[in-house]
Design a protein around this ligand. Structure first.
Ligand code: FAD
Ligand code: UDP
Length: 396
């Protein structure tokens, strides 16, 4: 009998297992995929740590979270500074003085503000009150030129809908700065773990039994068929920590929550540097993908041997390689891998109904990005997992 049956070997499940082990509790982890680490899984290919489920940049303002995560890896000084490519024209992101000066040939914050104000007045003369959709919100923030070149096409590709039909909150998280600063995140701590993310989860799960390629919900079905008294624990543990999709746990009985999904097209190229940056967004409407990630730039173009040592310049020159991922945004349907929860009003309302059902499950803790249906970044996942452990331990 284990103390906890943890469903999902992602970051939430691994942090929970690690902390509970420190408290002397026993955990069994079941993972549907054939590897640990959930969406932060990285794999070494051609000497490059490839982010297999999309680019992950660690950033936080929380000292406690930063000191927690840095126990398990050394972080490099990578700063996220994406570049936008609009039909061959290159602009810095997020929107800042570098973007404005390239777009308009201006040099001071005053000139930039005046330009935005002028374009906003012209385009939104008839607007009364708050912006009603993403288009109006974007034009209010940075004017029509940037909206047309850097937002309109990208957003439509990413969300599969016109900007006039999207809520304004989506764009609010993008910083607009009147200083020359290409750093995307306003975070005190930022970086990429040297050696990738998978090793962090490996260390978190050290000493904990993990069963891969095991779908918990299928196991519950079997347990029910066998007349097991507490099918949700599979008769194996006192409590369950479930980090899969909350609607799947309840067999979608109230309806399906929506997710956004990303598809990656991987290409291995015989060059040492393809695009000169880790992230390049293609912001026009005609290019079918949203962005290209060149993974080696997350680690300053270093390549590694399996033992963690760096390739020598001679080894690099003899066999230059880079790996790129073209990202396509696609509709999600049941059975697909869920990526981003769509936290709009309709989906949040449906989630609230599932949450009410979840609260009645006495033996099950729902956690993580899918279990709580929240657009959590990694730092928040760590924070909420640590808090949950504290809460459970204090409750005895
Ligand atoms: P997950 O990683 O999804 O883990 C859940 C695990 O449960 C999975 O391994 C899944 O296979 C397993 N599971 C589900 N159902 C079952 C079942 N029935 N039986 C057994 N196992 C099951 N965060 C950042 O901080 N910075 C970033 O730059 C960033 N970029 C991102 C880019 C993308 C494309 C995505 C999708 C996310 C990004 N994130 C980023 C968020 C980050 O991935 C999450 O915060 C984190 O991975 C969530 O961890 P989790 O354990 O909650 O979920
Ligand atoms: N966005 C855009 N152009 C860009 C980058 C972002 O229009 O070059 C918009 C887009 O609508 C996106 C939102 O800003 O959904 C938030 O972007 P971010 O990259 O922060 O979001 P994520 O990819 O993490 O969802």
């Amino acid at each position: 009998m284990y103390d906890y049956l943890i469903v999902g070997a992602g970051l939430y499940g691994a942090v929970f297992a690690h902390e509970m082990k420190k408290q002397g509790k026993t955990c069994l982890v079941l993972e549907k995929r054939d590897h640990i680490a959930g969406n932060i899984y990285t794999a070494l290919e051609e000497g490059i740590h490839v982010h297999k489920y999309g680019a992950h940049i660690f950033h936080t303002n929380d000292r406690k979270v930063w000191s927690f995560i840095t126990q398990f890896a050394e972080f490099n000084r990578y700063t996220n500074s994406p570049v936008a490519n609009y039909k061959g024209e290159i602009y810095n992101l997020p929107f800042n003085m570098n973007t404005f000066s390239k777009m308009w040939g201006i040099s001071t914050p005053e000139e930039a503000r005046a330009k935005i104000e002028e374009q906003k007045k012209e385009a939104l003369a008839s607007l009364e009150g708050e912006p009603k959709n993403l288009e109006e919100q974007a034009i209010s923030l940075i004017g029509t030129d940037i909206y047309e070149k850097l937002i309109k096409g990208y957003t439509q590709k990413q969300w599969g809908r016109a900007c006039t039909e999207l809520p304004s909150f989506i764009i609010k998280r993008l910083p607009v700065r009147f200083i020359y600063d290409n750093n995307y995140f306003d975070a005190l701590f930022q970086g990429i773990p040297v050696g990738g993310y998978t090793q962090i989860v490996e260390k978190l799960l050290d000493g904990t039994e993990v069963r891969l390629s095991t779908d918990y919900l299928e196991e519950v079905k079997k347990a029910k068929a066998q007349g097991c008294e507490n099918p949700e624990t599979l008769g194996l543990a006192k409590k369950v920590v479930y980090t899969g999709p909350i609607d799947a746990y309840f067999d979608y009985s109230l309806g399906t929550l929506q997710y956004r999904r990303v598809e990656f097209e991987e290409e291995i190229l015989p060059v040492d540097n393809y695009q000169g940056n880790a992230v390049v967004n293609y912001t026009d409407a005609d290019t079918p993908f949203t962005r290209i990630i060149e993974h080696k730039h997350f680690e300053f173009a270093h390549r590694y041997h399996a033992d963690g040592s760096l390739l020598t310049p001679e080894e690099e020159a003899a066999d230059p390689k880079t790996i790129i991922y073209r990202e396509y945004s696609v509709e999600w349907k049941i059975g697909d891998e869920p990526y981003y929860p769509v936290n709009d009003d309709a989906n949040n309302a449906l989630y609230a109904k599932y949450k009410a059902l979840a609260d009645q499950e006495k033996n099950v803790i729902f956690g993580g990005r899918l279990g709580e249906y929240k657009y959590y970044d990694m730092d928040v996942v760590i924070k909420v997992a640590l808090e949950k452990v504290q809460e459970v331990i204090s409750a005895g």
